[in-house]
Design a protein around this ligand. Structure first.
Ligand SMILES: O=c1ccn([C@H]2C[C@H](O)[C@@H](CO)O2)c(=O)[nH]1
Ligand SMILES: [Zn+2]
Length: 131
């Protein structure tokens, strides 16, 4: 699965985003250690702070099926602006991603910026060595 395939999965997943408050749709897709691909969307709430981002939804779906390591992750959104995961999601990523694992930040138009995880969360508070 390359970043283009992962992009297609995330864009398709994004149709299911639940965003009655912000109308800002986000989709995420990841490749897990078991070879499977998991997707997630943002899920908002009338109590705004309880919103779960697309990235964490995808990660929590994977981990709840036994995944403990994420090999690659992409984030798309419904606009032309590139996605930027929030701090909470970056911290959750640090639990399951190695420092060199690729994170693709994208938009709705198949533009990519590829980062190593450690580039988007330097000095991570983590149990692991971020290599
Ligand atoms: O990387 C991001 C940034 C924001 N959001 C969501 C949270 C909220 O539903 C909406 C606006 O912040 O976008 C994500 O899911 N992922
Ligand atoms: Zn987030």
């Amino acid at each position: 699965m390359n970043e283009k395939d992962l992009f297609d999965v995330a864009i398709k997943a994004m149709e299911k985003a639940y965003t009655p408050y912000s109308h800002y749709n986000v989709g995420a897709a990841l490749v897990a250690d078991n070879g499977k691909v998991y997707s997630g969307v943002n899920i908002e709430n009338a109590s705004y702070g309880l919103t779960n981002c697309a990235e964490r939804t995808a990660i929590f779906k994977a981990v709840s099926e036994g995944v403990r390591s994420i090999e690659a992750l992409i984030v798309v959104n419904g606009t032309k602006e590139m996605s930027k995961p929030c701090g909470a999601c970056r911290q959750v990523m640090s639990e399951f991603m190695g420092g060199s694992a690729p994170v693709f930040l994208s938009n709705n138009s198949n533009d990519f910026k590829e980062y190593k995880f450690k580039e988007i969360l330097p000095l991570a508070f983590s149990d692991k060595d971020m290599d």
